[in-house]
Design a protein around this ligand. Structure first.
Ligand code: PEP
Ligand code: MN
Length: 283
């Protein structure tokens, strides 16, 4: 609301919604320890602050990979120990809220679950911030109604996420609603981030949409990154390679400087990286 102070969420030393531009990056789905830890080390080095990765996957087909479940959560938690990154991961069902909250720093509500009000109500009491993604056919008012459901259930720590909406345009997977960011920031005090990966659907567009997100005042990004996108179990076409993610972060710096914002420390090496190397990594 204009005049009302903005919500700044704190997770350890990370502040979302303040001056820092917070980048969350990682694979669409957790597939293996090696995949997640290699990705985590690399994205942390490039300036990401939060590791993403789905252990419970909402898939359009029942025959697609559904995620590793609790095993996937444990892998994410191990990657947090190695790198110091916080973890965001999706929760799809009320019955999984407790176990996801045990391992995650931020609970992600996916586009397909945005209007699952019993899940939102349960997340009101989970004690963790919630990253709420806009539904594919949801208006901004619908998105804010779901945010209100979380707040009314007892959880004021909500991050809104624009991830593209379904329109008649088929050249991109979804249509990135650029205006959603300033509109949401005008009518609400909550942090707003952009997911350029699900908006674009193809990796070549991801850094370009990310730049647009910086320009319109987003508080951060949620980006899919995979060490071998061609072998990814899901969303490989829109996943950046480790090198492409690093290049995107470097490319964003002058745009962030213009805004007076900054990402996490660049190229300093992730805190647990050496320990991981000494331990001989994993398979
Ligand atoms: C995801 O983040 O991998 C995901 C499933 O996104 P969405 O809910 O936006 O489709
Ligand atoms: Mn995905």
């Amino acid at each position: 609301m204009p005049g009302q102070p903005r919500t700044v969420l704190r997770i350890g030393d990370i502040a979302i919604g303040g001056d820092e531009f917070v980048v969350m990056a990682g694979p669409c789905a957790v597939e293996s320890e090696r995949q997640v830890i290699d990705t985590a080390i690399s994205v942390a080095r490039a300036g990401a602050r939060i590791l993403r990765g789905g252990a419970y996957k909402p898939r359009s087909s029942p025959y697609s990979f559904q995620g590793l479940g609790v095993e996937g959560l444990k892998i994410l938690s191990k990657a947090r120990d190695y790198t110091g990154l916080a973890v965001v991961t999706e929760v799809m069902s009320e019955t999984d809220v407790d176990v996801v909250a045990e391992y995650a720093d931020i609970m992600q509500v996916g586009a397909r679950s945005m209007e699952n009000f019993s899940l939102l109500e349960r997340l009101g009491m989970c004690g963790r911030p919630v990253l709420l993604k806009r539904g594919m056919t949801a208006t901004l008012e619908d998105l804010l109604r779901s945010a209100q459901a979380l707040v009314a259930s007892g959880n004021p720590d909500v991050i809104l996420c624009e991830r593209g909406i379904r329109t008649f345009e088929t050249a991109t997977r979804n249509t990135f609603d650029v205006a959603a960011v300033p509109v949401l920031k005008m009518v609400s005090h909550l942090p707003v981030i952009v997911d350029p990966s699900h908006a674009a659907g193809v990796r070549v567009l991801v850094p370009i949409l990310a730049r647009a997100a910086v320009a319109v005042g987003a508080d951060g990004l949620l980006v899919e990154v995979h060490p071998q996108p061609d072998k990814a179990a899901s969303d490989g076409e829109q996943s950046l390679t480790l090198e492409q993610f690093d290049a995107m972060m470097t490319d964003l710096q002058p745009y962030l400087r213009l805004r007076g914002a900054a990402t996490g420390p660049l190229k300093n090496g992730a805190p647990g990286e050496r320990a991981y190397a000494v331990a001989g990594g994993v398979n």
